[in-house]
Design a protein around this ligand. Structure first.
Ligand SMILES: [Zn+2]
Length: 317
């Protein structure tokens, strides 16, 4: 349930604001970090748009869960040799036949370069597979251990405390939200939803704003309803045309939009520029709008095109 949403003054401010969009990049694998991230940086620089990169900072165990990462329908539509194409043979063996490489060590300079080029940077996770499979039912100690490891690694790589977070697979638990508050994070994007808010967790109002992903991701869309890499940009742009939402958050993946689907991303950025969207980062948005946000609860719910339940903003009509 959301409180304070119908406050007239707040509503007036929201409606008169220029429509804004955040490009949030989830970086899941070593390959995505080494190859996808530099491609995305070139793309964003050529369009002169800011973006928020969220890094996986510990072991890459993708091989343990490759079948669960994307829907089979999606992979078939994107390319015939899709899994191998997107991930490469090595990635598929990490955590199975090969030990999982430590992304924060192997790709340290890529992460530093992303920050040095002025992009917003934050934590996606320590171990994507462990988090996605375990956090929902995990005890506080387990959660704290993984979050502390990512936090310490970020500090080690960039020499400053991390202030931005976006949960892997939109999976969280109550302790994880509280941990973000305890570390004074400026913003986090851990759920799906419609507008930014301050979370109510366990009946307690927390301070770290949630900027939920508002748009479907490419892997949720492609392969469904006759959508392919050729027409998915038009579909997404139709969702944002004339939308009254003050803030759209689009989550993209270094392994997809940063590689095979780079063309789709170019079309999207051009389209959103034509629609007069103002591109902002998670950090900038949170700094400018924190005082205006309503309180909302978060619940587990299903999202079309994605299996299992995700954390979703609780909207009451
Ligand atoms: Zn991810």
């Amino acid at each position: 349930m959301c409180r304070g949403l119908l406050n007239r003054e707040k509503l007036a401010i929201v409606l008169t604001m220029t429509a804004q969009i955040i490009l949030k990049i989830d970086v899941d694998t070593l390959r995505g970090t080494l190859k996808g991230v530099p491609n995305l940086i070139r793309c964003f620089n050529s369009h002169q748009v800011p973006a928020t990169f969220l890094f996986s900072l510990g072991p890459d165990h993708t091989g343990r869960a490759i079948k669960r990462v994307f829907r089979p329908g999606f992979l078939n539509k994107v390319s015939r040799t899709s899994v191998l194409d997107h991930y490469g043979l090595k990635t598929l063996l990490y955590g199975t036949l090969l030990p999982g490489p430590d992304i924060g060590i192997k790709a340290r300079s890529v992460i530093q370069n992303t920050a040095n080029q002025g992009f917003d940077v934050g934590i996606h996770t320590w171990d994507h597979i462990a988090w996605q499979d375990g956090v929902k039912t995990a005890q506080p100690n387990w959660t704290k251990n993984l979050m502390d490891k990512a936090f310490d690694r970020f500090q080690d790589i960039l020499g400053k405390a991390c202030e931005i977070h976006g949960a892997a697979g939109w999976q969280m638990n109550n302790f994880a939200y509280q941990w973000l508050d305890s570390k004074h994070f400026k913003a986090s994007s851990d759920c799906r939803g419609q507008f930014p808010f301050l979370p109510i967790i366990d009946g307690r109002q927390l301070n770290c704003p949630q900027l939920p992903t508002t748009l479907p991701t490419l892997d949720e869309l492609i392969g469904m309803n006759n959508l392919s890499a050729n027409n998915v940009a038009d579909h997404l742009l139709s969702l944002t045309a004339g939308q009254p939402l003050a803030l759209q958050v689009f989550t993209l993946h270094a392994e997809l939009e940063g590689m095979k689907l780079l063309d789709v991303l170019n079309q999207l950025i051009q389209g959103w520029k034509k629609q007069k969207y103002n591109f902002v980062t998670m950090t900038d948005y949170a700094l400018q709008n924190k005082g205006l946000l309503p309180y909302c609860e978060i619940e587990w719910a299903e999202v079309p095109g994605r299996s299992g339940q995700l954390m979703c903003q609780k909207i009451t009509h």
